[in-house]
Design a protein around this ligand. Structure first.
Ligand code: HEC
Length: 132
């Protein structure tokens, strides 16, 4: 009897610790809350205009969707996510994306300097939050 009593107390402790953890994770405004992958609307519209057509699971551009998919980002573990964000920063810095040929055919897809800067700032901030 004494042993099951101890077990009961241990279980109760474990459950209490577990629920506490869940609570602290979902509490609004905490660090844990802000580390989730999130794309603000203004960034999403740049991605939709300039990137998404090639970098999603339905894309006909095999090379593009193999290398990188925006629709998969939220499924990646933190380490992979950060490395993908670093790749975004790199291609934006080098003005490699969207590819020139694509922009020649679709001039509207060209991000402005400001949009490039916003995309980069978002990727940097998101990577920093994830690494916390
Ligand atoms: C016309 C289709 C197309 C569009 C639009 C496009 N990409 Fe790409 N992207 C590619 C292709 C193709 C590759 C693979 C390039 C290679 O491996 O040489 C690639 C590669 C990448 C990579 C991986 C780079 C690496 O180091 O392997 C990232 C990150 C990326 N693109 C981000 C973006 C972003 C951000 C945008 C929008 C600003 C964008 N792409 C728009 C076709 C596209």
């Amino acid at each position: 009897m004494a042993r099951s009593g101890i077990l009961f107390v241990l279980c109760a402790f474990a459950i209490a610790a577990f629920t506490q953890k869940i609570k602290s994770k979902s509490a609004p405004g905490t660090l844990a809350d802000s580390t989730a992958y999130a794309v603000p609307e203004n960034i999403q519209s740049i991605i939709d205009k300039s990137c998404y057509d090639c970098h999603n699971g339905e894309s006909k551009n095999l090379k593009a969707k193999t290398k990188f998919r925006f629709d998969k980002m939220h499924e990646l573990d933190t380490k992979k996510m950060v490395s993908k964000l670093d790749e975004i920063i790199e291609v934006v810095d080098e003005l490699e994306m969207p590819p020139k040929k694509f922009v020649e055919k679709n001039p509207d897809a060209q991000p402005s300097d400001e949009e490039y800067a916003m995309l980069k700032a978002w990727a940097e901030e998101q990577a920093k939050l994830l690494m916390n």
